[in-house]
Design a protein around this ligand. Sequence first.
Ligand code: BTN
Length: 280
Amino acid sequence: MGAERWPGVAAPGDPLDVSSLAAGALGTRRLGRKIHYFSEISSTNAWARRLAEMGAEDGEIVIAEGQTQGRGRLGRSWVSPPFCNLYFSLVLRPRLDPAHAAQLTLTAAVAVTDSLAAFMPVTPEIKWPNDVLAGGKKLAGILTESSCRSDRVDFVVLGIGVNVNYPTEAMPEAIRERATSIMAQNGSAVSRERLAQRLIQDLDRCYGELQDSGFAGIAARWEERFWLRGRTVRAVMLEETVVGRARGIDAEGALLLEEASGTIRRVLAGDVTPVEDGAA
Ligand code: BTN
């Protein structure tokens, strides 16, 4: 299959053994009590949202070997070739004020970097809000879609895509310069199954910590891995663009930018890129 799909580059791997990802096998408290597995799907996030709307429980997982319409942040697509990467979405029903929904996304970024660090020589970094990078290139992405009532979060779909055994040569040109994979970083393939197990365990642990102990500990670990700390960045938001030095995040997960005037601006949603000092 690999030879046909990607002439001259490594073959994609075997299907995942889904039974090894279930709560019973992994000892997780919340995640993986039910797993919905697909060899191909349009988008695990779209499917998980449908399940959540039909009443799926906290911790159900939708996982697919490949996606035909993988979704990224800000309306972008997520390149999702089969049998080489990981694509999955969690249905979560957290006890969370809607104003704090962003905490869940940042919590997921901490869990994902914990897991990836166990499979790579370096700990990946986080670009606000939740891009996971290695060597400045994108290794994993997180897409959260929430449904809220007036005073509480009804459900959150947390979708995670990790480039695992994806050879750089096989990536579309449009992303090759900006994206990487564990295989590209390590020079050899890793077990997708073992990584998926670890991800589900780390997500379960960090989600539990957020629910039981709040955001403070997670925020501190997020800040340690913050790729842009102290750098001048441009934040493009719907209505305006702000340039400032990245100082960290606040208790709601907003990015704090210090403008040249010294004013601290909060960025709640947008696209953030570093700018060379002096080029702002
Ligand atoms: C980003 O733009 O960085 C977010 C990418 C999120 C991709 C994952 S893959 C699994 C899940 N299903 C989707 O359609 N998107 C997310």
